[in-house]
Structures are given as structure tokens and as C-alpha cells.
Ligand binder design. Structure first.
Ligand code: NAP
Length: 235
């Protein structure tokens, strides 16, 4: 039991930007619950962070599994009694080259299931606990693809899901504004990960930076915004 240190949950954290967010939060002396849908990959990721001296534990979580979300909340509540930070990072990017004229409705549904619905449910479960402590920071890993002000062709499912995550950010942030719970969306830019590919110009360290900043905002920090490189950007 450790009630003093801040506790952070990160989804989709066995690799890529989520893994780097766990590393950087851990190096800030925050206790990290690294979640991943694949147990073996998640445990390997935890092992490698523990080798760096980070206080991190693993919890298996497919964000589309609401029972598993409840189990995660119970686990964190029982072991630490509080949840301070939630990084909704898990995401999928299906059939990016497909035209909106051809995309299957199931593809869009799948994008929404992973990129949005699980994260809504996580917020619904985490926020009551955050309210108890009058403290919370939630980071929604969105994308420039979800930016309505620069919307173009293709990637319909991905764009809809990230735009929806932005809506969730603005609505929830307003609902909890009296409780010192700061909720923001961000884009990491185009980052070299399995999703971003080898040609992406940005490293995971660069991609994670804004998430770490938003996850550790002071009490008077911004809420209900969309950020890139720590700057506010249009929705
Ligand atoms: P990544 O390396 O492909 O990692 C995605 C993570 O999400 C993986 O851990 C993956 O698990 C997990 N995931 C997928 N479906 C899941 C589910 N149902 N439940 C739980 N976890 C699930 O991609 P990334 O680049 O780090 O992306 C992280 C976030 O940044 C995503 O939300 C993405 O949309 C966003 N983003 C990335 C870029 C970029 O250029 N890379 C740009 C803008 C936004 P598995 O390993 O099991 O598949």
C-alpha cells in the first residue's frame, strides 16, 4: 500500500507512445499501472521498465472489455485507494487508404469501440474516484486526424473516432471543472511507432512529451483543450 505517490493508468502501453509515457511518468516518481491487451507483451514491457528502477505494475486490459475495466478500477482502488492520472492512449488505425465511399460500417464501428467507447467507460469509472480526492488529470491521445478545422479525405473511421474523443474531452472537462480534474486532448504529431511507421519524423520521446506535461499539470492548468507540442490548437 502506498497512498502518497500519484498513481497513473495508461492504456495500450506495451509499446509505442503509451510505453514511453509510462517510462517518463515513472521517472517522475509516479506509480504506473501499465495496461495492455496482450499479457505476455504487457509483462515484458513492465519488466523492462522495472529494470530501469520504475515503480510499475501490469494489468491486462482490452479497452473494449468493460468487465476488465471494472476489474482494473477495483485493483487500483484496493491496492492504492486513489487514481490520479489516466492516459487514454490505446488506439487502432484501420485501412487508412480506403475512401469514405467504400469503408465498411464495421470498420468504423471497430474504430469507435477501441478509440472511444472504452475510454468513455474508463473516464466514467475513474472520475468518481478522482472527485473523492479533488484531484485528477486525464489525457486523451487524439490526433490531427480528428481536427475538424483541417479535415480532408479518407481515414473516415479513424478521423471520426479521434474527433469523438475530442468531443468527450470538451464535454467531460466542463462537467468536472469544480473538482480540480483537468481533462485535455492532444496530438503527438507523426511518430515512429508501429502505427506511425519508419518514415515518421518524430520520436516516441517527442510524441510523449505533451502527454507528460498534461498528466502533471498544476492545479491552475488548462482543461478542455486540444494540444500539440504543449500549445493549444483548434479543434
Ligand atoms: P502503436 O505502437 O500501434 O500502439 C498502439 C497501442 O494500442 C498498442 O499497445 C496496442 O496493443 C494498443 N491497442 C490497440 N487496440 C487495443 C485494445 N482494444 N485494447 C487495449 N489496447 C489496444 O501506436 P502509437 O503510435 O504508439 O499510438 C498510440 C496512440 O497515439 C494511438 O491512440 C494513436 O491513434 C495515437 N497517435 C499516433 C500517431 C503516430 O504517428 N504514431 C499520430 C497521432 C496519434 P497491441 O500491441 O496489442 O496491438
Amino acid at each position: 500500500m502506498n497512498n502518497n505517490k500519484r498513481i497513473a493508468i495508461v492504456t495500450g502501453a506495451n509499446k509505442g507512445i503509451g510505453f514511453e509515457i509510462c517510462r517518463q511518468l515513472g521517472h517522475k516518481d509516479i506509480t504506473v499501472v501499465l495496461t495492455a491487451r496482450n499479457k505476455t507483451k504487457g509483462e515484458l514491457a513492465v519488466q523492462s521498465l522495472q529494470n530501469e528502477g520504475i515503480n510499475v505494475s501490469f494489468f491486462p486490459l482490452d479497452v473494449t472489455d468493460f468487465k476488465a475495466i471494472q476489474s482494473l478500477i477495483d485493483y487500483v482502488k484496493n491496492d492504492w485507494g486513489h487514481i490520479d492520472i489516466l492516459v487514454n492512449n490505446a488506439g487502432i488505425h484501420l485501412n487508412p487508404e480506403e475512401s469514405a465511399l467504400d469503408v465498411k460500417i464495421d470498420t468504423i464501428r471497430q474504430s469507435m469501440e477501441v478509440d472511444v467507447y472504452g475510454h468513455i467507460y474508463l473516464c466514467q469509472k475513474v472520475i468518481p474516484l478522482m472527485k473523492e480526492n479533488n484531484y485528477g488529470r486525464i489525457v486523451n491521445m487524439s490526433s490531427k486526424a480528428g481536427q475538424l478545422s483541417s479535415m480532408g479525405a479518407k481515414k473516415l473511421g479513424y478521423k471520426m473516432s479521434k474527433a469523438a474523443l475530442n468531443v468527450l474531452t470538451a464535454v467531460l472537462a466542463d462537467e468536472v471543472k469544480e473538482h480540480n480534474i483537468l481533462i485535455n486532448a492532444m496530438t503527438p504529431g507523426w511518430v515512429r511507432t508501429e502505427m506511425g511507421g519508419d518514415q515518421a519524423p518524430r520520436s516516441v520521446v517527442q510524441g510523449a512529451d505533451t502527454a507528460i506535461w498534461l498528466a502533471t499539470l498544476p492545479d491552475n492548468g488548462p482543461s478542455g483543450g486540444f494540444f500539440f507540442e504543449r500549445d493549444l490548437i483548434p479543434w
